[in-house]
Ligand binder design. Structure first.
Ligand code: BTN
Length: 342
């Protein structure tokens, strides 16, 4: 899949969009006639706008990276769409009910989509709100680490959730996200994906995605949860410090992927798992998670903020908490940490 990057795209700023603007409906019109000419006259008639308004919207679409040919006699035709995570591209063919159906906020560049999502959540953004960036200048990983976020290399997305859960149940959301992502990727690629507790997705032992879940609490309830996902899609080069441990879909599969399509597939799996979790409980997610992570029974070391623990993984309990049995036979409940196989 060619990744087409238009000149000047860095200068445009796409804002959150809801409802269908003239630009969106014009784009839809062009997309439903792929490769063929659509006259300016018919567009202006169908959309009840002037010819010059049509021209203005065509110019905006070009600025966003669409290749649109024009001819005074024949009108316009769409030749290529950009591989940018533009709201209108994501919405086109998105099969969810809530996720990505309301607000989508897209940034060509931002420090961290999780930070943007938290700001929006504080202002009341509804469940299913998406925040996307083509590039992050301060992408955040767990434990204050940085998430390598080169332009258009990966999917850097944060989703706002407002589940009626107790804060103790929030680790389940991270596990659920990892399962949904593994399922989504498995549906489009024959590669074998594994989950490393709690939130890493691996191919051939190298990390391809990470999840950073942040939440607020109100009394004994979750206020909102921001699920931040970083997925290395078409990135080919990683900084030396992570070059041995990080990989991307493109590097593993030997081909490039459409990030828009991947995101849509992920959102569908994610919403399905989330809805079933809220209505039917966590067990199916947990079972799938156990299939995908081959950690149970393995000897590991867990590095935590206050030191390390060594032992054998007994299980992951119904809340998504890791149960580690140390040499003395004591069971430790571990909520978060870095797992190293020993
Ligand atoms: C980790 O494995 O340490 C978690 C990495 C999470 C990275 C994603 S990218 C989108 C979102 N915005 C951020 O700043 N971080 C998350």
């Amino acid at each position: 899949l060619p990744v087409f990057l238009p000149d000047g795209v860095k200068n445009i700023k796409t804002e959150s969009e809801s409802g269908m603007s003239t630009k969106d409906s014009l784009l839809l019109h062009l997309k439903t006639h792929p490769g063929s000419w659509v006259s300016g006259e018919s567009i202006s008639r169908d959309h009840a706008v002037s010819r010059s308004a049509v021209w203005k919207q065509i110019r905006r679409l070009r600025e966003e990276g669409y290749t649109i040919e024009s001819s005074t006699k024949k009108g316009y035709r769409l030749l290529e769409s950009p591989d940018l995570l533009l709201p209108q591209e994501i919405r086109d063919g998105l099969e969810t009910r809530v996720f990505g159906k309301n607000e989508i906020h897209h940034f060509i560049e931002t420090d961290s989509t999780n930070i943007r999502a938290r700001e929006l959540a504080e202002k009341g953004a509804p469940e299913g709100t998406l925040v996307l960036a083509e590039k992050q200048t301060g992408g955040r990983g767990r434990k204050g680490r940085n998430w390598h976020s080169p332009p258009r290399g990966g999917i850097y997305v944060s989703l706002i959730l407002r589940p009626a859960l107790s804060p103790a149940e929030s680790p389940k959301i991270t596990l659920l996200t990892a399962v949904a992502l593994a399922d989504a990727l498995t549906s489009i690629s024959p590669l074998e994906f594994r989950i490393k507790w709690p939130n890493d997705l691996l191919i051939h032992g190298k990390k391809i995605a990470g999840i950073l879940t942040e939440m607020t609490t109100e009394m004994d309830r979750v206020g909102y949860i921001v699920v931040g996902l970083g997925l290395n899609v078409n990135t080919r080069h990683f900084p030396a410090s992570i070059a041995k441990t990080a990989t991307s879909l493109c590097l593993e599969a030997g081909e490039m992927f459409s990030r828009v399509q991947l995101l849509r597939v992920f959102l569908t799996h994610f919403e399905e798992r989330y809805t079933s979790f809220i209505h039917q409980g966590f067990e199916p997610v947990l079972n799938r998670w156990k299939d995908l992570s081959d950690i149970i029974g393995k000897p590991i070391r867990v590095d935590m903020i206050d030191g390390a623990l060594v032992g054998t993984v007994q299980d992951v309990d119904a809340d998504g908490v890791l149960l580690l049995k140390d040499d003395a036979g004591n069971i430790h409940r571990i909520f978060s940490g870095d797992v190293i196989l020993t």
